[in-house]
Each structure stands twice: as C-alpha cells, then as structure tokens.
Design a protein around this ligand. Structure first.
Ligand SMILES: [Mg+2]
Length: 399
C-alpha cells in the first residue's frame, strides 16, 4: 500500500518562539544569539527580515550587526523552546497517532489512511499549517511524500510556509539536479568522498553503479544509492516518554576549546538542562555519559554509574568528574555533550514516599526542593531569568 508521510519543519524556530512573546518585533530583523557561556557571540537563528539583510545561522554577532545594524538580539532560552516544541507535537498528534519527532523543531507524521478524516494530503497539510499558526503563532513548512526521506527533502524546498509534494515520479526532475551536499544525511565528509568519485549532484549518485559505491563506502553506499533513487522503506516510529532511553544535550562550540575551566562551564549548563528535562518527564537515571568531539572530529564517550537521580547537582558533579578525568589540554574540543540514561523501570508512583519526594532523593531533600523551585520559576518566567549562582559568579565568564 502506498504510504502518505509528512515532515513538518518549523521555520526559524528559536527566533519565532521569541517573537511570540514580543509580537511588536515580528517585522523587525531579530535573532537568537549565543550568550556568554556557550557559543559565544554566534547567531543561532535569524528571522526572515534579518535574513534579507544577510544574517545567517552561525555568523559571528559583530559580523551580523555589520550587515544589519538594527538587529534585535535575544539570548537563547532552550527551556522555552522545548515547551513550544511540546505544544507543536501535541497539535501534530491530533492528526495521527504515528508522530516521530526528529528534532526540537520537526517531526514525521504517518498520514496513511487519514484521507477520510482530514482530506487529501494537500488539504490536510494546509489544515495542520493553519492550526499551528492560529494556535501558536508559529510558521512551518511541510513536505509530503510516500517515504520519510523524500518528505524531508520536500520540506526543505519551500520556506517559509511552504507545502511541497515530492513523490517518487518527481524524483528525476525535482531531486536529481540538487547538489549532493543538500541531501539529507550527507555531511561535508561524505560529500568530499563522493566528489572524489566525480559525484556532484543527487542524480550523479542515483546513476552511479551501486556495487561500486558499496565497494567505496561500504553499507552506507548502498543506502545512499537507494535514497538518491527515492527509495526509503523506514517506518515512522512514534516516540513517547515511556520509550525514552536517554536524555542528552550537546553543543558545537564556536571555537575549539582546550582549557578545562571553559569546558566545565559549558558542561554545567548542559547538565542542568538535561536534569530539568529528566524531571519534566519524571525520569531518574543511573548512567551519566559525556561526549567529547575533538578538533579532528574524533569522538569519545565516557560514562559513570551513580545512584538513580534526576537532581541537577548530582548529574553536574558526575559530568564534571568525568570531564576532569578525561580532559587532555593538548586536544582541543569542538563539541561537548552530556546525557542521562539507564532509567528506573519502576513506576513513578512506587517511588513516592509519605513526604511526596521520590525515595531516591531522600538523601538530598534540600537539593530536590531547590530543583523544584528553580523548575517552577523557569516554567513561569523562562530559563534566562534564573541560573545557579555557580554559573553567574564564575570568574572565567566572558561577555
Ligand atoms: Mg528543522
């Protein structure tokens, strides 16, 4: 049976979230830019008026201001974006139970068989777009196809507020002329390998002998060859909090860092975010893992087992401990990450004690209380308003 798959991708998501609470600025050039602790002075997301002036993601702030002197800047508030993301996902799940979230700002929907409820794909996608716009004031683009890969490629073809159908019959005309680097799943490294084989466009890849490609690139070669031909049978797999295996955050740094103190500051903030999400989903984990990607793109992960927790302080200190043990000042780092996994199997109810605090948090009721208060304030006012004293007072904090 032919499937109907949508990829709903939010347009300029972070800055659009900010503009929902600053509606007066919607027409002004605006961007979310990294604060003093992470991604120092880098544009994380620019709205469309700012893009018209040439402001782009990952641009250094002072360059962005050169192209656009009246650019309005917002510090990132990931907690707020996560909340908005949850609201988007809730709307999407009104249309089908089969929603697979791919990142904070996009998800696949398996809409197969939904025609009788919501109309043909064009009509139902328009309906979803309007629903998100009317309820949340946010824009999206939607790609429609019979598989995940083509739906994802389609969603990129028209932005903002675009609806694009890309069926298998459209592949030669619409997909094949595109440069190989625009293909979902191909990064600079693979693109370079393909260029060395004389492959410049997706069409070149589709027509390249598939056994030769497998010889050069291994299993990935056969897979890429299929995708370039518009073939992808992977299912849309719905996620729910119950199936959540780990909670992680990572950040690519604007400049590689080699001093431990700066790395600690970044890791503390990521750990704080991870633990906050864990508390939101009532997950307690026993494994804390850090990820370091070095300037040569080599990645290492190191983990530690702790007693089951979702407290910020415990996750932070396990992360910092790992960082200290495995830090090598001779190896600059370009990406840092931390995750919590190995969640408790028991239900949350089982863990509640007479005091209303989970059993595992009895040893540190003060910490649990502090986290609870911070979460409440952040939920009310956004996470930019409150930060742990250690993050604010650190002498190495740069502006
Ligand atoms: Mg996206």
């Amino acid at each position: 049976m032919q499937r109907t798959i949508f990829l709903v991708d939010m347009n300029a998501f972070f800055i659009s979230c900010e503009l929902t609470r600053n509606p007066g600025l919607a027409e002004e050039p605006a961007a979310v830019a990294g604060d003093s602790l992470k991604r120092t002075g880098i544009i994380l997301a620019a709205n469309y008026p700012a893009r018209k002036h040439g402001v782009r993601t990952a641009m250094v702030v002072h360059e962005a201001i050169k192209c656009c002197p009246n650019l309005k800047l917002f510090p990132p508030d990931h907690h707020f974006y996560a909340t908005k993301s949850t609201e988007v996902m809730k709307i999407l799940s009104c249309y089908t139970p089969v929603v697979e979230q791919n990142s904070i700002d996009e998800a696949w929907l398996d809409m197969t068989g939904c025609e009788s409820l919501f109309g043909e794909p064009l009509a139902s996608s328009q309906r979803i777009m309007n629903h998100i716009l009317n309820d949340l004031g946010l824009w999206c683009s939607i790609g429609i196809s019979d598989n995940k890969f083509l739906a994802k490629m389609a969603s990129d073809m028209k932005k903002p507020l675009g609806i694009t159908q890309l069926w298998k019959v459209d592949v030669p005309l619409k997909l094949w002329p595109l440069p190989i680097l625009s293909m979902q799943g191909i990064g600079n490294q693979t693109a370079k390998k393909l260029h060395d084989l004389g492959i410049e466009t997706i069409g070149d890849l589709a027509r390249y002998p598939d056994d030769l490609l497998t010889l050069k690139l291994g299993k990935a070669g056969a897979e890429l060859h299929n995708l370039a031909n518009g073939i992808d049978s992977s299912p849309v797999v719905p996620h729910s909090a119950n199936e959540m295996k780990s909670i992680g955050r990572s950040v690519t740094l604007p400049e590689d860092i080699s001093d431990l103190e700066s790395a600690k500051m970044v890791l503390l903030e990521l750990a704080d975010e991870v633990s906050m999400v864990a508390r939101q989903f009532e997950k307690r984990g026993r494994t804390v893992q850090i990820t370091l990607k070095y300037s040569n793109f080599e990645v290492i992960t190191r983990q530690a087992t702790i007693s089951s927790t979702n407290l910020s302080k415990q996750i932070m200190s396990a992360g910092i401990q790992l960082l200290k043990q495995h830090w090598n000042p001779a190896r600059p780092v370009r990406l840092l990450g931390i995750s919590l996994s190995n969640f408790n199997k028991t239900s949350n109810l089982d863990q509640l004690s007479l005091f209303g605090l989970p059993e595992t948090d009895h040893e540190s009721p003060k910490e649990a209380k502090l986290d609870q208060v911070m979460d409440e304030i952040r939920n009310k006012y956004g996470s930019a308003k409150i930060n742990r004293a250690i993050l604010l007072n650190h002498p190495k904090t740069k502006d």
